[in-house]
Ligand binder design. Sequence first.
Ligand code: ATP
Ligand SMILES: O=c1ccn([C@@H]2O[C@H](COP(=O)(O)O)[C@@H](O)[C@H]2O)c(=O)[nH]1
Length: 256
Amino acid sequence: MWRAITRIPKTLDSLGQGVAVLPQQFQHSQLYNNNHNICSKTNYLSLHNQASLIRPKYRMSSAKPKVVFVLGGPGAGKGTQCSKIVERFQFEHLSAGDLLREERSREGSEYGQLIEEYIRNGKIVPVEVTCSLLENAMKNSGKSRFLIDGFPRNQDNLDGWNRQMSDKTEMQFVLFFDCAEDVCVKRCLGRGQSGSGRSDDNMESLKKRIQTYNNDSLPIIKYFENAGQVKRIDASPDADKVFQEVERVFLANGFQ
Ligand SMILES: Nc1ncnc2c1ncn2[C@@H]1O[C@H](COP(=O)(O)OP(=O)(O)OP(=O)(O)O)[C@@H](O)[C@H]1O
Ligand SMILES: O=c1ccn([C@@H]2O[C@H](COP(=O)(O)O)[C@@H](O)[C@H]2O)c(=O)[nH]1
């Protein structure tokens, strides 16, 4: 008989952080949903047995995922350096801009047009969209170290992250690529000329992106700086030279 109502033990009940490694069928089960954390004994035993199969992976990811925010002006070299960090350290690179561009191009996306409008005008997409894309990408990656590139870039982003993600992750530091405006512009235009295909690698969009960066993103970097969380990197030298500094920061912060 389906009599016994069993409260799921804490270890299974708190799979919030381990959800990245859970097979799809678990994600809507009582194991996943903390709001419905009771189930019949039969169901519990069956789910418990299935959970045992994935236990090694779950153990590995039971700590909160580590997050490094990567910020800097448009074209400062964030993406370039993130690729190098991924090669050298075990991080997953999540570019908020790339995720938004992907969502924009996804057939049937209800946000496609809105995202294109924001990107072309150098404006910042509402955090509900961006944060959900980030959270999904984190869950789907199965990794535990993330470079979050180009986010949070305004107060709305920061507030949204704090509401949705800060309890589920451990922010390590902010990697800030400091680069003069004229250098940033030259790099973005160069990227456009070499066929980036980006609708915002042109002077008209760049003016707006820079304005948004100065008005909305710099205060966020300042906020993190006041909290002692910013690792500032001079982004003007060549990419390999910049990476020497980046590598030093990661090593000094315990990453191998
Ligand atoms: N240190 C560097 N010196 C010279 N060129 C660089 C350097 N770093 C990156 N670049 C070039 O500048 C352009 C912009 O770099 P990247 O895409 O890494 O910047 P980003 O900060 O991620 O830009 P965005 O914020 O617009 O996505 C690219 O064409 C890249 O090859
Ligand atoms: O968190 C974010 C990140 C990006 N955007 C929009 O995308 C473009 C391009 O971003 P890149 O980091 O340069 O790839 C940016 O100008 C914003 O319009 C965003 O809204 N929120």
